[in-house]
Design a protein around this ligand. Structure first.
Ligand code: DLL
Length: 436
């Protein structure tokens, strides 16, 4: 296979060159951070400035930054440049508290855009492609981030946003869309709708999809790839680190290259905060090296991942992350047993009889927790035939129980009947009283 690089020099720097580059950028980031009210105090207390950062290991002397810190610093505690040099802001939805806001200078936007372009180009896209960006625009970074990256590559970008699948199909057919971007759950919904509305696969020219913004399993990727006959590339990012364009799969589709000239990645044990041995799973901690307006150092993402230990066949020297399996804060404890929603997804998405959507519900039943897994059935399964349905239910229950230890209740639902979210899927409904 021939691999294409957007910025060959930076993508294939030798490790010593990359580390030297990171160190220089880290010093700049620390200087920049000292211009914000938050870090002036935090780094001041720890006695840290760019002169105390002499080797890559000195990074570990910098205190961590948490989501709560960002909230406490709302609205301008993390701003390091004059307000009039800020050209854009993005913000988290704030559904779980005060929103967190990230500010960008013009140069920040350009740097972010070139990282997203690097991701897109590295999957084999080029200016002949037609790119339908089926993700939310607005304060969410996915829409505008990919929009700018797609234009930078020179693709024809259709800013469709999510929703309205009938119109999405029309756009795909009218303009010959070759690449789409969406959350994996929305891609599965698109596939179901395509069959439901009788849109033939041959009437569209799709080749690739970028899927991210939420966790999904390898089986889900395979399912989307097989059903839509496309290549799906995993895309990871977070608003605190600009948005998409932090880590992305190349044509090898074996883990996500984290762009180490833009971000320093560490993986730590979430309890001890000590680094885990290479290859072991822990919490990803990121330092942003490519943004001046809102510098963020050693940010605890709460995302769980691990590094690949071998180099990638594509020749890029930037390390690869395993797909994010979940977050430290999305672990459920059910009658004392720890469970990540991804463990359930892995099981059910590998079963052909199961449809494209599912929901996990946890309730209190007396003193005990009760786990219910609601799944849609495949489109060729009839809901009025009780016997095969009961057999299927029992089969799913048994396979799940063997894998997650907990004995779940399984509910089967008609294809297309479970709620679909246009943005990130809400897979878990935890109905247990909060203080129980
Ligand atoms: O989701 C940015 C983004 C947009 C990434 C479009 C990819 C594509 P936030 O809304 O701040 O930003 O959410 C970030 O989403 O910490 C992860 O928990 C999760 N996440 C993002 N990408 C993936 C992925 C955007 N590929 C949070 N796999 C992160 C698993 C992901 N989880």
């Amino acid at each position: 296979m021939t691999y294409q690089y957007w910025n060959e020099k930076m993508e294939t720097l030798s490790r010593p060159e990359l580390e030297a580059y990171q160190l220089a950028q880290l010093k700049t980031a620390v200087d920049q951070a000292l211009r914000t009210p938050f870090y002036r105090e935090r780094l001041g207390k720890a006695g840290i400035n760019s002169d105390t950062i002499k080797t890559p290991e000195d990074l570990r002397r910098i205190p961590f930054t948490t989501k709560q810190d960002l909230r406490d610093g709302f609205p301008y505690g993390f701003l390091s440049i004059p307000r009039e040099d800020v050209v854009r802001l993005h913000a988290s939805s704030g559904t779980t508290g005060t929103p967190t806001t990230i500010y960008f200078s013009k140069d920040d936007i350009n740097r972010w855009t070139s990282f997203v372009a690097r991701c897109i180009y590295g999957t084999g896209c080029n200016k002949t492609d037609v790119f339908q960006n089926m993700i939310t625009y607005g304060l969410f970074t996915g829409g505008l981030g990919f929009h700018a990256g797609g234009e930078e590559v020179g693709m024809l970008v259709i800013p469709s946003g999510p929703g309205n699948t009938t119109r999405q199909f029309r756009l795909m057919q009218d303009f010959g869309t070759t690449v789409v971007h969406a959350t994996p759950s929305f891609l599965l919904h698109v596939e179901s709708k395509m069959r439901e509305e009788g849109v033939s696969r041959d009437s569209v020219k799709l080749k690739r999809a970028f899927a991210g913004a939420e966790p999904y399993s390898e089986d889900t990727r395979r399912r989307i790839e097989e059903l839509l006959r496309i290549d799906v590339f995993n895309s990871y990012g977070l608003s605190e680190m600009n948005g998409p364009g932090v880590a992305f799969e190349c044509q090898c589709k074996q883990g996500l290259h984290i762009w180490e000239d833009g971000y320093i990645a560490e993986i730590v044990n979430p309890d001890t905060l000590e680094p885990v041995p290479d290859g072991e799973t822990g919490e990803l901690v990121l330092t942003c090296l490519c943004r001046e307006a809102t510098p963020i150092l050693r940010y605890r993402t709460r995302d769980l991942s691990s590094f690949y230990t071998e180099p990638c066949a594509c020749g890029r020297t930037h390390r690869r992350l395993h797909r994010i399996t979940g977050r430290t804060d999305d672990m459920l404890i059910i009658n004392g047993v720890n469970l990540f929603p991804s463990q359930i997804e892995e099981v059910i998405m590998s079963m052909k009889e199961v449809g494209n959507n599912y929901l996990i519900v946890v309730e209190k039943e007396g003193a005990l927790d009760r786990l219910t897994v609601k799944t849609e059935v495949g489109q060729d399964i009839f809901m009025d035939d009780a016997r095969p349905l009961n057999a299927l239910k029992e089969k799913i229950r048994k396979i799940l129980q063997a894998s997650i230890i907990i004995n779940p209740r399984v509910e089967l639902h008609e294809s297309g009947s479970l709620p679909v979210s246009e943005g990130k899927a809400k897979r878990v409904q935890d109905m247990r009283p909060k203080d129980a």
